[in-house]
Each structure stands twice: as structure tokens, then as C-alpha cells.
Ligand binder design. Structure first.
Ligand code: ATP
Length: 230
């Protein structure tokens, strides 16, 4: 289980996360939603240790360092110049002292030109390559920042299926998305972050009311404005 307890993070005087607690259990998909700037990426970066200057607690599974069993898909994956897709995958495995595996199986699904330079890929192809690097490593936990963003329709459908199958075989997956339908179709629980605070937490049984609940309670002011316009 991965756990964040009472996390507080500020950039200078701007407090971005206030006392956030969240749990990721094995074999579950946990969706994280919130407006632009709500603090989702900051939360994932604190959890993964890319941000260190915060207060609160982050616990990895069974006391192991979190990065040993957890993979991160960053919001905007970065690739070194003049590295092919294949070399990037090999680099990711070597950096973790893992054996170089055959990428062909996964790549028959994602269909990337692995012998082209990764920094010349399209945005969607870059996202697929970063996902491929995680998929070949069989992590126990995945932290995915906007994994569906930029993917074509087929890859979107495929990724939903892949995540559900990984969940069913025990992987814990924490992901952000602005596409509510994708989350309600795949997630077991959804946490709503508003201005750096956990505003709501829904279990799958309550997803039916999630959209109207969010519209009615969290965005009531904007609905009133809309009434005067349309
Ligand atoms: N390095 C930084 N320095 C200063 N402020 C930052 C930094 N990174 C993020 N912020 C601020 O923290 C807040 C939360 O940003 P964050 O990227 O976590 O939001 P988000 O919920 O992921 O948004 P989005 O949905 O747009 O991706 C924003 O106000 C942002 O401007």
C-alpha cells in the first residue's frame, strides 16, 4: 500500500497542498481529479520524491523505497536528444539494473517506430513510449499523470483495457485525468482535489451521482453565472 499522510507543500508563500491524505491499495485504480492548478501533479511529484521540500509523510509498500516497486508517468515525459525509442527503453531498464527484455510484444500493441529518435516523436507517440517503458518493467504500483492525454482513440481504448487487466492481477494504479467518463469506467475510487485540499472521496458505488454532485455542489457559483448566459 502507498500512503500519503497530512502532506503540505508550498512554493514560497503559495501553499499548493494543505494537509492532503490519500491511500493507494494494491489491485485498485485510484483516480485523482481537480481543476487546473488544483495540485494534482504536485501531489504525484511529492509522492514519487521528485519534490522533497514538503511536510507530512509518504510511505512505500512494506517499508521498501517507493521507487523500487513504483513507476511514474510524468505529465510531460522528457527524452534525451539523439536517443532512439529502443535506446530510451534500454536506458530505463539499465538505470534500474533490470534485464533488457524483448519489447516486441508490447510494441505490437503500441506500434511505435522504436528505431527513430524519441525526441522527434509526436506528443502521443512520446506518451506511448513513456508508458511502454513502464509496462515492460512490471511495477507493483503505477503513478500516471494524465496517461490518456494525447493518445489516439485506439490507444485510449487499449490503455483502459491494459490498466484494468493490470489492476486485476494486483497492480495499484494512481492516475490523474480530466476525462471523468474514463475514470468512472475504470477506477475503484476517485479523490477530488480542490485548491490543494481533498474535497471529496467517492467509491465506485457512488460514481453514478459524481458528475451531478460535482456540478451542483462544487461549481454552484459557475452554474448560477451560466443561468444568466444561456
Ligand atoms: N515549480 C513550481 N514553482 C512554483 N509554483 C508551482 C510550481 N509547480 C507548480 N506550481 C503551482 O502549484 C499549483 C498546482 O500546480 P499543479 O501542476 O500541481 O496543478 P495540477 O492540478 O496538476 O494542474 P493541471 O490540471 O493544469 O495539470 C499551481 O498554482 C502552480 O502554478
Amino acid at each position: 500500500m502507498l500512503e500519503v499522510k497530512n502532506l503540505r507543500k508550498a512554493y514560497g508563500s503559495h501553499v499548493v497542498l494543505h494537509d492532503v491524505s490519500l491511500t493507494l491499495r494494491p489491485g485498485t485504480i485510484h483516480g485523482l481529479v481537480g481543476a487546473n492548478g488544483a495540485g494534482k501533479t504536485t501531489l504525484l511529484n511529492c509522492l514519487y520524491g521528485l519534490e522533497t521540500d514538503f511536510s507530512g509523510e509518504v510511505h512505500g509498500s512494506a517499508g521498501q523505497p517507493l521507487r523500487e516497486h513504483t513507476g511514474l508517468l510524468p505529465y510531460e515525459p522528457y527524452f534525451y536528444p539523439r536517443l532512439t525509442g529502443r535506446e530510451y527503453l534500454e536506458f530505463c531498464l539499465q538505470a534500474r539494473s533490470r534485464d533488457i527484455t524483448d519489447f516486441a510484444g508490447w510494441n505490437r500493441l503500441l506500434e511505435l517506430p522504436l528505431d527513430q529518435y524519441a525526441d522527434e516523436y509526436s506528443a502521443g507517440m512520446r506518451k506511448k513510449l513513456a508508458l511502454l517503458a513502464l509496462l515492460v518493467q512490471n511495477f507493483d504500483y503505477l503513478i500516471l499523470d494524465e496517461p490518456f492525454n494525447g493518445l489516439d482513440l485506439e490507444a485510449n481504448l487499449l490503455l483502459k483495457e491494459i490498466l484494468c487487466r493490470l489492476r486485476d492481477r494486483g497492480t495499484g494504479i494512481l492516475l490523474t485525468s480530466h476525462i471523468l467518463g474514463t475514470l468512472t469506467e475504470t477506477a475503484d475510487e476517485i479523490t477530488v482535489l480542490v485548491d490543494g485540499l481533498v474535497q471529496r472521496h467517492y467509491l465506485a458505488a457512488d460514481f453514478g451521482t459524481l458528475e451531478s454532485d460535482l456540478l451542483n455542489s462544487l461549481h454552484r457559483g459557475k452554474l448560477a453565472m451560466l443561468d444568466s448566459l444561456v
